[in-house]
Design a protein around this ligand. Structure first.
Ligand code: ZN
Length: 251
């Protein structure tokens, strides 16, 4: 069985009290923004109990610090819209927080330790196995938010993010066909693209395989009440089936 790492960066809604002062939003506005930007329930949705699968969750909200973005703003295209690893802007382009005073603290307390854990985990698998498969686990709203770069109108139910170096075609095709056969509409890199790899291995080590799965939120939750909906279990079962298939595939 292939070792699989589920990287789950955006499921937490937590903003510790000590950082609340740096936000420009009222309590209600902040709650609303958290609701819009959190990949709700993705920890539970992707969670499978298989011996070969390990999950790595980021412990705080992406509104505080986003581990999915490059640490240095000039490497990160999203910093152009105020959403580098330390967001300064909301999903609607308004002022979110003053990151200047807390940037170093956030990076040292959350960003770097997470990336260290990620690297260590990937390395520990490479030491024992031929390959490791990272699945970058996300969800996205049915309706486009203003910050999104892609303006494509049709949003598939499942978006697969690939990387030219780290996603072998065989793997992306299996994911595509599996989701199709389970009845989902699927597309590659639409509306989001790419998939995460620890920096040390990025474009260096092909044994590190990575693919992103973005699930459209209406497949498992009500986007008005932010609660699970009646198709949550069906979607969770489908994800777990796909993860099982990929566990047993020769890569
Ligand atoms: Zn996400």
């Amino acid at each position: 069985m292939n070792p699989i790492i589920l990287h789950i960066p955006h499921s937490s809604k937590l903003i510790p009290d000590e950082f609340l002062n740096y936000f420009y939003l009222s309590k209600n506005e902040l709650n609303e923004e958290i609701n819009l930007m959190t990949d709700h329930f993705t920890d539970e949705l992707f969670g499978v109990s298989l011996d070969n699968v390990t999950s790595l969750l980021f412990p705080v909200s992406r509104l505080l610090v986003d581990p999915e973005r490059f640490e240095i703003d000039k490497d990160e295209t999203m910093s152009e819209v105020g959403m580098g690893c330390i967001y300064e802007k909301t999903s609607h382009g308004n002022k979110l927080k003053d990151g200047s005073k807390i940037r170093d603290r956030l990076i040292n307390k959350f960003y770097r330790p997470h990336h260290k854990k990620f690297y260590d985990l990937v390395k520990s698998k490479l030491d024992k196995f031929e390959n490791v498969i990272i699945i970058d686990c996300h969800s996205f709203p049915l309706k486009r938010l203003p910050y999104e770069k892609s303006e494509i109108k049709t949003r598939p139910e499942i978006c697969l993010g690939t990387d030219n170096f780290h996603t072998p075609e065989k793997i992306s095709n299996i994911f595509f066909e599996e989701f199709k056969s389970l009845g989902f509409s699927v597309d590659f890199n639409t509306p989001f693209s790419g998939s995460i790899v620890p920096r040390t291995y990025y474009e260096i080590n092909k044994r590190v395989i990575s693919i992103m799965i973005e699930v459209r939120r209406d497949l498992y939750m009500d986007e008005k009440t932010f609660k699970k909906n009646e198709t949550f279990d069906k979607t969770k079962n489908a994800l777990s089936k796909v993860i099982q298939t990929i566990s047993n595939t020769n890569v």
